[in-house]
Design a protein around this ligand. Structure first.
Ligand SMILES: Nc1ncnc2c1ncn2[C@@H]1O[C@H](COP(=O)(O)OP(=O)(O)OP(=O)(O)O)[C@@H](O)[C@H]1O
Length: 254
């Protein structure tokens, strides 16, 4: 059964090296003048004397099959960083992240795709990487081409694609694979009108199929429609964890 276990996760990003004394002094002075809660208040020194931005602290939760989690929080709260850490893009500085089950991500268009290869070659590569048979790859090839509507561009290198075309291909591929765990950043929901209408059905089918969904969004409607649970992140920590109604009622009036 797919599941996600996150235990006391901590993510820091190094900024300056310890040798840089004047920078350290500057940061120290700046820190002492900061109001609590402002983003740079999370600058700190790590054990190796580096200045780091502390982005996630003491994040712990478990997700089991059937749960659809929405992440909310103000800009810079740490939602994207949490999704990227779950996807294995960032290594935790502290704590543990464990995922069991096949993983699909809609985080960055182009992530995992080769810009030098054609759309068709990327589709094949994606299928091979996902361990699909030749017949399954042919099926995905047709399905993605149909959906992404790339026309003759399918045989052109990705580097010649517009950003909209790249999103369509990435979206088509990620939704074709039907993973057990789907991690999704909200900007995938922000396509042009025509694309969104087409994408909506496909996305909903996938969300219904994925055993576990984690989505970051600022749209309360999406949370109420798709999620069974919402975690509110504030300054890199969990402020509230509950049903969409419980959390959104407090969040939207805070
Ligand atoms: N590579 C990095 N180096 C330094 N700081 C970073 C890095 N990536 C993110 N941050 C900082 O971490 C904090 C959290 O960023 P993140 O993108 O996770 O927030 P978010 O909740 O997804 O915001 P938004 O709603 O604006 O997308 C921000 O203050 C951001 O500036």
């Amino acid at each position: 059964m797919p599941r996600i276990d996150i235990d006391r996760l901590q993510i820091d990003f190094p900024l300056y090296h310890g040798q840089s004394r004047s920078l350290k002094k500057h940061v120290g002075n700046t820190l002492s003048n900061l109001r609590p809660g402002s983003p740079a208040a999370h600058l700190m020194q790590d054990g190796r004397e580096r200045t780091v931005v502390s982005v996630l602290r003491e994040i712990s939760f478990n997700l089991k099959s059937g749960e659809r989690l929405g992440l909310i929080g103000r800009n810079g709260a740490g939602k994207t960083t949490l999704l990227r850490t779950m996807a294995g893009i960032y290594e935790p500085v502290g704590g543990r992240v464990r995922l069991e089950g096949s993983l699909g991500t809609l985080l960055d268009a182009g992530l995992g795709m080769n810009m030098e290869l054609t759309g068709r070659e990327n589709i094949r590569l994606y299928g091979l990487h996902g361990g699909l048979s030749k017949a399954q790859i042919s099926q995905i090839d047709r399905d993605v081409q149909d959906f992404a509507d790339l026309g003759s561009y399918v045989d052109m290198p990705l580097k010649t694609y517009s950003s909209g075309m790249t999103v369509r291909l990435a979206f088509g591929l990620a939704t074709a694979m039907r993973p057990q765990i789907l991690l999704m950043d909200e900007w995938f929901l922000a396509g042009d009108g025509a694309f969104m209408n087409k994408a909506q059905d496909r996305l909903e089918a996938m969300v219904q199929h994925a055993d576990i969904l984690v989505i970051s969004t600022h749209q309360p409607d999406v949370m109420r429609k798709w999620c069974t649970r919402v975690i509110w992140l504030e300054d890199g920590r969990i402020r509230m964890d509950g049903t969409p109604d419980e959390v959104l009622d407090v969040y939207l009036t805070a």
